[in-house]
Write a protein that binds this ligand. Structure first.
Ligand SMILES: Cc1cc2nc3c(=O)[nH]c(=O)nc-3n(C[C@H](O)[C@H](O)[C@H](O)COP(=O)(O)OP(=O)(O)OC[C@H]3O[C@@H](n4cnc5c(N)ncnc54)[C@H](O)[C@@H]3O)c2cc1C
Length: 488
């Protein structure tokens, strides 16, 4: 299930819940959850251990904020609905809107995916800027209070231990304080302590799916000519374990990702980065890294050992007054750029669960509804990673069959824009993978080339022009079409 299967956000659906919600973690999942809850609660308090300044800054509490972040179509659509004007504000603050028909270069299975035929504005910015714009919108809401720097210490429960009734927090260096709450949302990320706490409190910890990938993630920044908005993606593709991506961001820069599956360490200096890029099947990344000025010499690194999914929906007992969301529930190989979009989709599901039956069994109802939403990014990430030696996930016969079909589809997408568009909708989390089996796509994938499957697009080359056609945004950031179409 994906964006297509979740009803659109509707503020009017949520009745007056009243009382206070406390959200633990002020990163993307926490901020989106706080936005959804602000429609029903009198007060929503976000507890974040990092300072949250009114400026775009990378944060120690979420060290991945120093690395490039792509925002998928589904996440963009949900953020636009939650924070009206999000895209335009992002562009005004320096972010870019890029055009999928002109600016996207994606290399898959030995060739470039055919360009999109429909112009979809896609927002590109550094992760700190995405977060800053979301935070600004949230700060404007009267019901929301951001408490930072403030550390969550423990949950508080009623005497019977059946309901979470608040949290203990430490405000800066001060003493611990209690904060009563009618609902607590854990959005503290991958290191969430809720599983251990459940165990200590007499509940079962959630069963956990863990897929080892041993990903090494390194990133650098280089200068970008202002008119050049190319987005380049060359993901690892088994047996090739190395991949890269370039994302245009504010201040006339590209953020460059170098990713290696099943690796011990990544490049640490300029020479290592260029040698890594020269190993790729596409020259463009290495050429730009060698010829464009670098912004600093530093290489930021992030080892990412495993994709992890905590199956809260499988628990028989769960305390009232508690919900877990975002990376704390599921975190995926970052190469596929899904995390922020999944966090936004989680909050959309939370919105509907709250609207339907208020606080009654909100946690278990939310987990049941969100599990099929998480299935898609999980299947896409784990399915794509399965071909690497370091990945330890077994495939069922049906999954193996689908992966063979997907492989053929990707090759067909080099020349067939219809197939390419169907593929982009699925990886953008707009449509479920079953959309790739629609008759109109299936026939194009399975029929022999030169048969009835019409060739709809020319093969793309790495020299895709960066200056074709009018831009989607003018210099003041006014976006030609400011909201992505929602699939019906
Ligand atoms: C290297 C890398 C690259 C990525 N690239 C992409 C990408 O391209 N696109 C994409 O969509 N996603 C990407 N992701 C994933 C994305 O960063 C996350 O999915 C996203 O931030 C949502 O996570 P979250 O809010 O659940 O958790 P996090 O972002 O990890 O935030 C958790 C928050 O909780 C706070 N916290 C933790 N403990 C406490 C405590 N005790 N008290 C108070 N606060 C606490 C932390 O300070 C932090 O702010 C990437 C991840 C990594 C690691």
């Amino acid at each position: 299930m994906t964006l297509a299967a979740v009803d659109r956000y509707d503020a009017g659906r949520v009745g007056d819940v009243g009382g206070r919600a406390v959200v633990l973690g002020g990163s993307v999942a926490g901020l989106c959850a706080a936005r959804a809850l602000a429609d029903g609660f009198d007060e929503v308090v976000v507890v974040e251990r990092d300072p949250l300044p009114d400026a775009p800054t990378a944060r120690d509490g979420a060290p991945q904020t120093s690395h490039p972040h792509a925002l998928l179509t589904a996440g963009q659509a949900v953020l636009e609905d939650f924070f009206v004007g999000f895209g335009e504000d992002l562009v005004r603050a320096g972010g870019l809107v890029v055009d999928t028909t002109r600016n996207f270069l994606e290399y898959q299975r030995g060739g470039f995916v055919a360009p999109a035929t429909e112009r979809t504005p896609t927002y590109c910015a550094t992760r700190p800027l995405f977060e800053h714009v979301v935070r600004r919108h949230l700060r404007e809401r009267e019901a929301v209070r951001l408490l930072s720097p403030c550390r969550f210490v423990d949950y508080r429960t009623d005497d019977a231990g059946r309901a979470v009734t608040g949290v203990t927090v430490r405000d800066g260096d001060g003493p611990t304080e209690s904060l009563a709450a009618d609902l607590v949302v854990d959005a503290t990320g991958r290191a969430s302590r809720t599983p251990e706490w459940l165990d200590d409190a007499g509940y079962d910890a959630p069963p956990t799916d863990r897929v080892e990938i041993d990903l090494q993630y390194s990133s650098v920044r280089i200068d970008r000519p202002p008119g050049d908005r190319r987005v380049v993606s060359v993901p690892p593709d088994p047996p090739r374990t190395r991949g890269a991506a370039l994302i245009p961001v504010e201040d006339d820069r590209w953020e460059v990702i170098l990713a290696e599956m099943g690796a011990d360490g990544g490049p640490t200096d300029r020479a290592g980065v260029i040698a890594f890029a020269e190993d790729l099947p596409v020259d463009l990344v290495g050429d730009l890294l060698s010829t464009r000025p670098w912004v600093g010499d530093g290489v930021a690194r992030y080892p990412f050992p495993a994709s992890v999914r905590r199956r809260y929906e499988r628990l028989d007992r769960f305390p009232e007054g508690l919900v877990v969301t975002g990376d704390a529930m599921a975190s995926f190989n970052p190469v596929y750029g899904q995390g922020m979009s999944v966090a936004a989709l989680d909050a959309l599901v939370l919105h509907h669960a709250l609207a339907d039956d208020g606080l009654d069994r909100l946690g278990p109802r939310f987990f049941d509804r969100v599990a099929p939403v998480l299935d898609t990014p999980w299947q896409l990430a784990v399915g794509a990673d399965r071909g690497f030696a370091a990945t330890d996930a077994a495939a069922s016969p049906a999954e193996r069959l689908f992966e063979r079909y997907f492989d053929r589809l990707l090759r067909r997408a080099h020349e067939d824009s219809v197939v390419a568009a169907a593929y982009e909708e699925v990886v953008g989390l707009e449509q479920p993978p079953t959309a790739l089996l629609r008759p109109g796509v299936l026939a194009r994938v399975l029929l022999p080339v030169g048969g009835d499957a019409e060739r709809t697009g020319p093969p793309r080359t790495a020299s895709l022009a960066s200056d074709r056609g009018p831009p989607l945004a003018d210099d003041d950031g006014a976006v030609e079409r400011d909201r992505p179409e929602r699939p019906t």
